[in-house]
Design a protein around this ligand. Structure first.
Ligand code: CP3
Length: 347
């Protein structure tokens, strides 16, 4: 099926576009009452993720309601630990929780590399249903967590401000850490390839906990595995979003990927200089800017667009949209990107 709106794919490849494409990280779910309604019809989050028809429905909601230029498949980065042998639960108002975690070589020996068709077939099915229902309206983004971020949850077993258990593991058990990170990497490569095979037009790696490592540890325990994934995926453009990894931008220039996501702390012109002209940049409005007035959101969005310039940019926030943001404010952001970036090209 040919895409009617392929702005995102073309911008990711570095091609000129009529205007800047826009979508929001975490756009599927949380902020939309329409999502809550579907979610509340089931017993929980995991049930929704594993239901391809309903997952497709909530994937498409932001395209209909917010007018974004891409859909992102409704799932979670935590489906990989589950497929490897560590199931997760999503505790209301608290977040993810793992009954079993990894703390020894014996624990590691019980894990396996994900068998994607059998363990994650429900995601592949959700992608196929979504593609059919989207009928080429916009591209579909597939995703996975970066190995380091997945490692954090598999060691810690839940969210944390410091992930000090996971970081302790890097010091005390570097060999075990490497083995686990490699198993996650192998699972992730197979998973992303299967998502692409099922219909994903672009894929993104979320390294949400990149910013808690030192620069040297980031190279050793995160970038190394991200580079393997980038080298393995050449079917569609890949985006690496490493939140807080401002120190790794010079090395990101050398990753075999098309797009680098920026968080809102990363200066735009400085990032362009460090990462180079060869990549498309994605981001990076402060998610909190959407708590502002209409005029404030418009001004902040225009300022961001001016700083990135008209090419090699995919507009987004600097992290996922916060759950209590008014969807009307999101529409102002989306509309401003569409209008202002069209004007930028006509002058
Ligand atoms: O719209 C989308 O982006 C697609 C769906 C998506 C979800 N999670 C659904 C979800 C995506 C891309 C993710 C990624 C994800 N999950 C990340 C990386 C991005 C980031 O925000 O840094 C991380 C770290 C997770 C792990 C996770 N899942 C946490 C920490 C939580 C609880 C807190 C929270 O963010 O809501 C989740 C739950 C989750 N994942 C929800 C949704 C819609 C909310 C749960 C619910 O609806 O009950």
């Amino acid at each position: 099926m040919e895409l009617k709106n392929d702005l995102l794919v073309r911008a990711a490849r570095g091609e000129r576009t009529e205007r800047t494409p826009v979508w929001l990280m975490r756009q599927a779910g949380r902020i939309l009452p329409e999502y809550r309604a579907v979610r509340n019809s089931l017993s929980g989050f995991v049930e929704l993720v594993q239901n391809p028809e309903l997952a497709a429905e909530v994937t498409i909601q932001p395209v209909d309601i917010l007018g974004v230029d891409a859909a992102i498949i409704f799932s979670d980065i935590l489906v990989i630990p589950e497929a490897m042998g560590l199931p997760y639960e999503m505790v209301e108002k608290k977040g993810p929780w793992f009954p079993k975690t990894i703390s020894s070589h014996d624990d590691l020996a019980k894990l396996k590399v994900a068998d994607v068709p059998s363990d994650l077939g429900y995601v592949l099915e959700a992608i196929k249903v979504t593609k059919k229902e989207l009928a080429g309206r916009v591209p579909l983004i597939g995703f996975a967590g970066a190995p380091w971020t997945i490692f954090c949850y598999m060691i810690e077993g839940q969210g944390s401000k410091t992930f000090s258990k996971a970081r302790k593991m890097l010091y005390n058990e570097p060999v075990l850490s490497d083995q686990l990170l490699q198993m996650i990497t192998d699972s992730t490569i197979a998973y992303l390839k299967a998502q692409i095979e099922a219909g994903a037009n672009v894929v993104q790696l979320f390294d949400s906990w990149a910013g808690i490592l030192s620069s040297a540890q980031y190279q050793q325990f995160s970038m190394k595995y991200i580079a393997q994934i980038c080298d393995a995926i050449d079917e569609v453009p890949l985006t690496v979003f490493a939140k807080g990894a401002y120190f790794a931008r010079p090395e990101m220039r050398h990753l075999n990927c098309r797009t680098i996501g920026l968080d809102w702390n990363m200066g735009i012109s400085e990032s362009r200089r460090l990462i180079g002209e060869g990549k498309t940049l994605q981001g990076n409005l402060d998610p909190c800017a959407l708590y502002g007035s209409t005029a404030e959101i418009e001004n902040a969005t225009k300022k961001m667009l001016d700083a990135f310039g008209p090419e090699k940019h995919i507009a987004n926030l600097g992290h996922g949209v916060y759950p209590d943001i008014d969807p009307e404010k999101v529409k102002i952001f989306v509309q401003t990107v569409k209008e202002y970036s069209s004007q930028m090209r006509s002058v």
